[in-house]
Design a protein around this ligand. Structure first.
Ligand code: ADP
Length: 361
């Protein structure tokens, strides 16, 4: 199998440690997302003025846009301790009961990927969020009894990449929902400036712009590319990173001007050269690029669809007109433009930040 892609990498402990160090610690340092920031700031300020625990908060949006960071900021701004867990880690109601019953008053509980929690745990959470109470079921079958347990007031901060998958009753129990949008290039430049300061790196404006433009609207990717450019500059003895340095480094890592990496380009290239632009089924396409179906679907596709380079149709994947030009091929007649795709499959062509991930997740 091919090497992991640079834009999708980052699970190593060292990467995570650096990522943690680069996290903004308060709302003032948090770049962009003006609407969410303003609304959240008001919610938190009002809670502080009332001397009450903050309302439950839900953040939705694609990975790497700052949901975990905001959860940490909520705790910091409320001067409250923070507990971190995630939907997949809570498979039984008992797992959740153990966490909830050990919370202290005012504590912030962050549940990442909250849409992946099991059903019984979810139902327990409804009651905990609304009444600060859970029923612990002891025993099985006819002899089972529910023992009510009072909980101290706490703030639940949920994060989801798929707000559409959250059941209505869960969504309704959040007092505030913030949807995070992809970042503009100037916003990513600000993220990078801040990170470069923390990493003690010298980068000029053109250098920041070059990296920001290849970051797919995502701060996590921007920070990762910055670290790779830093490595390149170190090895090549470059003191100040400019556009040329950044460009040379990122070209070497196969991240192109649009932010496409090797896998993205391989997918589009296979679509165009092996299947005449499609339509072709996902699994056939995955075999053609020597990758798992899931990798193509979760790693490459969301970005390619968002950029209008790849289309999902009922008959399979197709390369959209801009994909041909981006890869340097002449567009043959009959290739789809985005508007034509919208006509026959509006919901899929419109799949964006809100609902970007595949059902199989
Ligand atoms: P998510 O939880 O949405 O996947 P994270 O909160 O873990 O995303 O953010 C990933 C990284 O991106 C963090 O380490 C942080 O440094 C950076 N980051 C995210 N949002 C911002 C922002 N608005 N300003 C500055 N850095 C950010």
């Amino acid at each position: 199998m091919a090497e992991p892609s640079l834009v999708a990498a980052g699970e190593e402990p060292e990467e995570r440690a650096i990522e943690a160090a680069l996290r903004p610690k308060n709302l003032d340092d948090f770049v962009g997302q003006h609407r969410v920031r303003k609304q959240l700031s008001l919610v938190l300020q009002a809670s502080r003025m009332r001397g009450r625990t903050a309302d439950h908060v839900l953040f939705s949006g694609p990975p790497g846009l700052g949901k975990t960071t905001l959860a940490m900021i909520v705790a910091a701004e409320m001067n409250a301790p923070l507990r971190l867990s995630s939907g997949p880690a809570i498979q039984h109601a008992g797992d959740l009961a153990a966490i909830l019953s050990s919370l202290s008053e005012g504590e912030v509980l962050f549940l990442d990927e909250i849409h992946r929690m099991s059903r019984p745990a979810e139902e327990m959470l409804y009651m905990a969020m609304e009444d600060f109470r859970v029923d612990i079921v002891v025993g099985k079958g006819a002899g089972a009894t529910a023992i009510p347990l009072e909980l101290p007031p706490f703030t639940l901060v949920g994060a989801t990449t798929r707000a559409g998958l959250l059941p209505g009753p869960l969504r309704d129990r959040f007092g505030f929902t913030g949807h995070l949008e992809f970042y503009s290039v100037p916003e990513l430049e600000l993220v990078l400036r801040r990170s470069a300061g923390l990493l003690d790196l010298k980068v000029n404006s053109a250098g920041f712009a070059e990296i920001a433009g290849r970051s797919r609207g995502t701060p996590r990717i921007a920070n990762r590319l910055l670290r790779r450019v830093r490595d390149w500059a170190l090895v090549h003895g470059v003191e100040q990173i400019d556009a040329r340095t950044a460009s040379a480094a990122l070209d070497m890592y196969e991240v192109d001007k649009k932010g496409l990496d090797r896998l993205d380009r391989a997918v589009l290239d296979a679509l165009i050269t092996k299947f005449g632009g499609g339509p072709v089924g996902l699994s056939t396409l995955a075999i053609a690029v020597g990758e798992e179906t899931e990798t193509v679907e979760t790693v490459a596709e969301p970005f390619l669809v968002r950029e209008g380079l790849l289309g999902r149709t009922p008959r399979g994947r197709i390369a959209m007109a801009p994909a041909w030009t981006h890869l340097g091929y002449a567009i043959p007649s009959g290739v789809f433009a985005q508007e034509q795709l919208d006509l026959f499959e509006p919901e899929d062509a419109a799949s964006t930040a809100e609902d970007w991930a595949p059902e199989s997740q």
